[in-house]
Design a protein around this ligand. Sequence first.
Ligand code: DON
Length: 453
Amino acid sequence: MKSPIPDYLIGVLDKASQINDGNPASYIEVLARADTTKSAVALATVDGSLYTAGDDRVEFSIQSISKAFVYALAIYDRGLDGVLAKIGVEPSGSPFNEFSIEKGRGHRPLNPLINLGAIMAHSLVKGNSPEERVERIRAILSKLAGRQLHVDESVYEAEIQTAYRNMGLAFMLKAAGVLECDPEHAVQGYVRQCAINVNVRDLAMMAATLANGGTHPVSGESIIPSDSVRQVLSVMTTCGMYDAAGDWVSNVGIPAKSGVSGGIIGALPGQIGLATFSPKVDNHGNSVRGVAMCQQLSTDLGLHMMDINQIARATVRQCLTTITTGEGPVGVPIFDLRGAVRFGGAELLTRTVARELSEPSEEPGSGCNADCPVVIFSLRETISLNTVAQAILRENIRRLRLDGKRVDLIDPNGVLDITQLLPEDQPTVFNSVEQALKRIGGLGYRVVTEYHS
Ligand code: DON
């Protein structure tokens, strides 16, 4: 069977091609002459699959999309506190080339994705010269793309010739005592970073690396630390589309970054990276067709980060088996936890266990298994336990052991890390409920009704 996804992407491209608003960026002469018939879209999954449609190998300068990755690199080189001391995280609500600086409080640029903040972020990248900084940036972008990327000298020359506004921004930062390096060098390096050529295949994989917590979906290399990724995606969400960020978050709902040559990337944590290209941009500097394609992808594929179905749901299913002890038959609850479990799922499990094993009260179902000597947790269908879910589950086990309960764990895939528990608190681990019940039988209990999943 041929995957339907590439054909779907062709449809997305065709629909957007009917939109004729916008114009190529006029202030950079090479961009002003862009071939506006070129367009492309690409999706990359966090496990490395790439789907494309259109002119997916046509190259264009990365422009402001580079800002998101250079922000990550600056954090790597200077630490988050070091970068926050120099650059804020607040959306400016103004065009990307405005002098959007904090009043007082050290004169920080409002955020790293407008030109003022991006020039600052560029200057924080390690390097004793513009060339060294640019090479470091080119190398990291190439690693993220999975191939060697290069500066388009024609774009660089065209932009640096008329970079008066960016020079003005840099000199103002220097005058405010924020920029440490030579302002001209900062702008030269920043403009070269923006002139690095990419295609949508590169950008989709770069975005998927962000969606994958900084680990490259194909190479498996951890390129960006995961805590930096969270910072970058947060700022992309609120600032990535400049003074159109509010519309974008409402209508598309994916952390994104645009570039004035017509590229857009979106990165949905844990799911996909996407990239679009079409040179005609609106007055915010965002690709008109690109925004339309992203909105359609978000709607059709359910990618909006606020869609409740995005929240990985966990469920708790509870079964009972009965054993006979000296006092007669008692129920043994088997709590079956399913799905990608985060705080919500772990809290639901804890509430269920506490209700059933506590002393009887007016609450329906309370105390119904208070006298059981054994509790079984089944993680056979648990996809994942995040850090807080791991901690809550281990604490549940520790407290049940303190209450004198035997705790058995069905965890054939080793989802729960029990080594964090003291040896005396660690549950006995089995691959199946049947194995656990056989063990219980071996302890002198008679299993009255066999468990059936
Ligand atoms: O500094 C500039 O104006 C360009 N090198 C980048 C601007 C840009 O990409 C705006 N984003 N859409």
